[in-house]
Design a protein around this ligand. Sequence first.
Ligand SMILES: NC(=O)c1ccc[n+]([C@@H]2O[C@H](COP(=O)([O-])OP(=O)(O)OC[C@H]3O[C@@H](n4cnc5c(N)ncnc54)[C@H](OP(=O)(O)O)[C@@H]3O)[C@@H](O)[C@H]2O)c1
Length: 255
Amino acid sequence: MSAPVVVITGALSGIGRATAVAYARQGADVVVSGRRPDPGKELTGELEALGGRALFVRADVRVEDDVRDLVDQAVDRFGRIDVALNNAGTEGRSAPITAVTADDYAAAFDTNVKGTLLCLKHEFRVMRERGGGSIVNVSSVYGRMGYPEIAVYAGSKHAVIGITKAAALEGAAHGVRVNAIAPGFTRTGMYERVTGDEGTREAVNSVLPMHRPGTPEEVADAVLFLGSGRAAYITGQTLTLDGGLMAGWPLFPGA
Ligand SMILES: NC(=O)c1ccc[n+]([C@@H]2O[C@H](COP(=O)([O-])OP(=O)(O)OC[C@H]3O[C@@H](n4cnc5c(N)ncnc54)[C@H](OP(=O)(O)O)[C@@H]3O)[C@@H](O)[C@H]2O)c1
């Protein structure tokens, strides 16, 4: 099979960037998207040095014209889209319920939920026309459980899982698979911002089953699997990548 054509949003850092690098190492044609043109162009140079072809398209996933343009430019350049990683996301502002504002809601939901919906809409448009593809949406372990003071973020990531299931049913008969990944703590800029300082990071890591966060490369490996033909009968699923965090809670010390 020829190298896949892959579109990644939020590709300039963290999980998106690691996935772009992993695909480039496989010789894929990678369309990387983000809001910052200079690092975007630098990244395409790095990806091409690894073996694949690469294109940067500036897009804010909250803006439908940007998302339409991203998908259209990918098809103009490479002829189709085989895999899409809808990864752009924000943790937003943490606040107790009584302090949540409408702006907090918009900041998280516009990127995490509306952005995912707009990407799905335009990716479906071209994938259905060209006989199929694989879409991976990025949720979170907080799309499967709650935590105090992150109701807005957790709500947005729960929404991503619901959207994934509904879209999977619409795509199934057209060869378009739609799955989600639910990373746990993953060592990226978001993890650094949310944990704040090294002391907090050590405290968080000590309660994780593997005593460490995941790496963006480990998340990328799962995306490559879901995007590939080896996952041909997997759709509508959410793959949790959390080093065992959601498997249960060891209640007794030393367990
Ligand atoms: N790291 C974790 O522990 C963790 C755990 C579970 C889920 N996730 C999810 O994983 C995804 C990637 O996050 P990350 O951990 O890799 O953190 P990250 O490095 O902060 O990546 C987030 C990326 O999304 C981009 N982005 C944000 N808003 C955007 C918008 N409106 N339009 C286009 N791009 C936008 C950011 O670009 P800018 O630089 O322009 O802001 C950034 O490149 C997110 O959806 C996040 O919720 C992360």
